[in-house]
Design a protein around this ligand. Structure first.
Ligand SMILES: CSC[C@H]1O[C@H](OP(=O)(O)O)[C@H](O)[C@@H]1O
Ligand SMILES: Nc1ncnc2[nH]cnc12
Length: 332
């Protein structure tokens, strides 16, 4: 079962774009383009951390607001979750001026009330990756520690949560279930919605899945880290939108999750994913136009997170960081 579209037309787009691109969408499993928008350019960007997962497509909304789109696992989904070049992805988006990222992810549900085809706006993360993914732009010789107590951007989270009704916006495709949009404030009584990020690529055992429930996990995926950490280091406001596709492995009344279940639910709900993405892009475009300060609180934060005296940092390291945060640490 495939969710990919014909990519011939986008390959013929110009390879440069001169305007400012403030917003990016990272598409996960099942979201490989933004079909409601008009593509105007397709950029191949080389970064000091290599090439992104896919070329970046710039599209414009009806009102002319440009949005960058990047397919996390590549246009043909040929990258394992552990192999996604997240540093290159985030650095490339930062390089073209992006200040906010809305990322999409297919997730397993760890709670009965989060049903397959529901959407979830998480507020917290538990890291169950295995330390094999490069998870910082810094390295030996240049040490920094970004704040991560709130792993998602609170302003972006509120804008997203306030603008989609929990019921009624998303369309139901069968009589049993109309999808719900789960948010901390509207549907979860002010309690955090926590995404567990596991290494994969295999799904969890039943025992692991049950353990994550005792930890307060709401949903599980293989993608939110290191993406969210790197966005924070790049001073980009970041929020993930999760689409529930299965009950993972904890539910004894269900077969443990398979890719067929995940893709089946994504396919049935892809119209909702596209509708949601289009609505959120319009909302964020208005926020930027009104100058409500998305990512303003992040600007400059990494300057003060560095532990190493910059006098002692090697030129090559400063040059790399200049690509990401130009002007912060001058290269002499
Ligand atoms: C295809 S099931 C597992 C796969 O799906 C999710 O991908 P994404 O977050 O990019 O939508 C999950 O994180 C796994 O990588
Ligand atoms: N159950 C699950 N575990 C990890 N990642 C997923 N993506 C979709 N369903 C998932």
């Amino acid at each position: 079962m495939s969710l990919h579209r014909d990519s011939v037309a986008v390959n013929q787009l110009p390879h440069t774009y001169d305007g400012k691109v403030l917003l990016a969408v990272i598409g996960g499993t099942g979201l490989y383009d933004l079909p409601n928008l008009k593509p105007v350019a397709r950029l191949t960007i080389s970064t000091p951390w290599g090439f992104p997962s896919s070329p970046i497509t710039i599209s414009v909304t009806e009102s002319g607001f440009p949005v960058a789109f990047l397919a996390r696992h590549g246009q043909h989904h040929d990258l394992l979750p552990s192999d996604v070049p997240s540093r290159a992805n985030i650095a490339a988006l930062k390089h073209i001026g992006v200040k906010a990222i809305i990322s999409f992810s297919a997730v397993g549900s760890l709670q009965p009330e989060i049903k397959p085809r529901d959407f979830v706006v998480p507020t917290q993360i538990i890291d169950r990756t295995k330390g094999i993914r490069p998870s910082t732009f810094f390295e030996k010789g240049f040490v920094a520690h970004a704040m991560f107590g709130e792993p998602f951007d609170l302003k972006l989270n509120k804008i997203i949560s306030d603008n989609i009704p929990s019921q009624g916006f998303l369309e139901g495709f069968d009589l049993q279930h109309t999808p719900t949009f789960h948010t901390k404030e509207k549907t979860n009584k002010g309690e955090d919605l926590t995404v567990i990020c596991m290494e994969g690529p295999q799904f969890s055992t039943r025992a692991e899945s049950r353990l994550y429930r005792t930890w307060g996990g709401s949903v599980i995926n293989m993608s939110v880290l290191p993406e969210a950490k790197l966005a924070r280091e790049a001073e980009i406001a970041y929020q993930m939108i999760c689409m529930s596709t299965d009950y993972d492995s904890w539910n004894e009344n269900e077969e443990p999750v398979t890719v067929e279940t995940v893709v089946g639910n994504l396919k049935a709900n892809s119209a909702n994913a596209h509708k949601l993405a289009a609505k959120l892009i319009d909302v964020v475009a208005v926020e930027f136009a009104n100058g409500t300060g998305i990512a303003d609180d992040l600007e400059g934060s990494m300057k003060y997170s560095v532990s190493t005296s910059t006098h002692g940092v090697k030129k090559e390291l400063l040059e790399k960081m200049h690509f990401l945060l130009p002007g912060y640490w001058p290269v002499n």
